[in-house]
Ligand binder design. Structure first.
Ligand code: FAD
Length: 339
């Protein structure tokens, strides 16, 4: 039997929350995935399903009363090349940062700004991971999927995924419908590094690097991230707990009057406000309540110092949401998947 019962999910989520899955299985190939689903149909047909990679974007607030399936499909290679691009396919269970490392080793530029993001390749399209001015959608070519309703394999191209800021079709109308088993990205042959984001540029200037290689950019991003984000193996967290809210020009101008130091980024005529700045300004940075809190070096990150539970983190996130709504009139939306 591939499906186990009553398994603690503590090792499988980066918040380190100790909840149980009623049923649990992992797969390292598409054939194993199909076998698990067949076994589920025969023995626990009514059971809910939850696909996980590294659990670095999930907050468990209670036991999962269904089947958790962990994707561990490995393997990555350059599969194709045309005049403009190299194409790399990776199994959905490959760690995202190993994928970035593979691309850098092979001198393929495009994902260096996304260095050190935890999680798996297969989860990257779900929220269209992004950092330092680059998003997965900038390089994604295709994803291979198993449709859980029809039990059929299909391929989505970039447009089919309907990517947006920390969003995709897999987070919206097709939520929970597909298992991503592999991802193909394409890498422009005449790639130009993107160092427009202030902190990368400043670090490179400080190092005296004027024409950075993709390796330089990756190392700089690693350094910046290590200096301000908690390592989940030391302090439980899931990175940014909230999305940066996007507001109109009028709303932005009103806020600017009251808060001239507000941190915003322009986004297609709208304004993306740094949620970390809002939370910090409202006085939450470094706040701690028992074993949960707001990380002292980055207010956007909620942390579990050890024995915190999912409900306590959820309660804290609600208090922060209410306080930001009251102070700035902005409703923060969770980036983390709350279960
Ligand atoms: C310290 C830290 C820093 C972070 N920094 C960033 C950042 O800079 N930018 C950013 O975008 N994110 C960031 N994150 C969030 C996280 O790394 C990403 O969301 C990552 O893509 C999650 O991958 P995962 O494998 O852990 O997914 P999980 O947490 O396991 O799953 C996330 C969601 O995807 C679904 N899912 C997972 N795998 C599959 C699959 N194969 N098929 C179908 N559905 C699937 C799950 O059901 C769930 O809904 C950070 C997290 C941490 C802990």
């Amino acid at each position: 039997m591939m499906i186990q019962q009553n398994i603690s999910l503590m090792p499988f989520n980066s918040f380190g929350i100790d909840v149980n899955a009623k049923y649990f299985a992992s797969f390292s190939s598409e054939v194993e995935l199909l076998t698990i689903l067949k076994e589920k149909d025969q023995t626990i047909p009514e059971s809910n399903l939850l696909l996980i990679g590294s659990g670095s974007n999930i907050l468990f607030t209670q036991d999962f009363d269904g089947l958790v399936i962990k994707n561990e499909i490995q393997g990555m290679s350059i599969v194709h090349e045309d005049e403009e691009f190299h194409y790399v396919t990776a199994g959905a269970g490959v760690l995202w940062d190993d994928f970035v490392g593979f691309c850098i080793e092979n001198n393929l530029g495009g994902v260096e700004n996304l260095s050190l993001i935890p999680g798996t390749v297969g989860a990257a399209p779900i929220q269209n991971i992004g950092a330092y001015g680059v998003e997965l959608k900038d390089v994604l070519h295709a994803v291979k999927l198993l449709d859980l309703h029809e039990r059929q394999w299909i391929v989505f191209n970039n447009r089919d995924c309907d990517f947006g800021y920390r969003s995709s079709i897999f987070k919206k109308k097709l939520k929970g419908r597909f298992v991503i088993t592999s991802v193909t990205c394409r890498f422009q042959k005449n790639h130009q590094t993107n160092i427009r984001y202030g902190s990368i540029k400043n670090s490179l200037i400080a190092m005296g690097v004027t024409t950075p290689t993709i390796k330089d950019v990756s190392e700089t991003v690693n350094e910046i991230r290590r200096s301000k984000l908690p390592n989940p193996s030391e302090i439980g967290n899931a990175g940014s707990f909230f999305k940066n809210p996007v507001i109109s020009k009028t709303e932005y101008q009103q806020l600017l009057n009251d808060y001239p130091d507000i941190v915003v980024y322009e986004l297609d005529g709208m304004y993306k406000v740094a949620a970390g700045w809002l939370i910090d300004k409202a006085g939450w940075k470094g706040y701690r309540e028992g074993d949960v809190g707001c990380y002292p070096k980055q207010a956007l990150v909620l942390v579990n110092y050890g024995n915190g539970n999912g409900m306590q983190l959820l309660e804290l996130s609600k208090k922060i949401q209410q306080s930001i709504l009251k102070k700035f009139g902005i409703l923060l939306e969770a980036e983390v998947n709350i279960l």
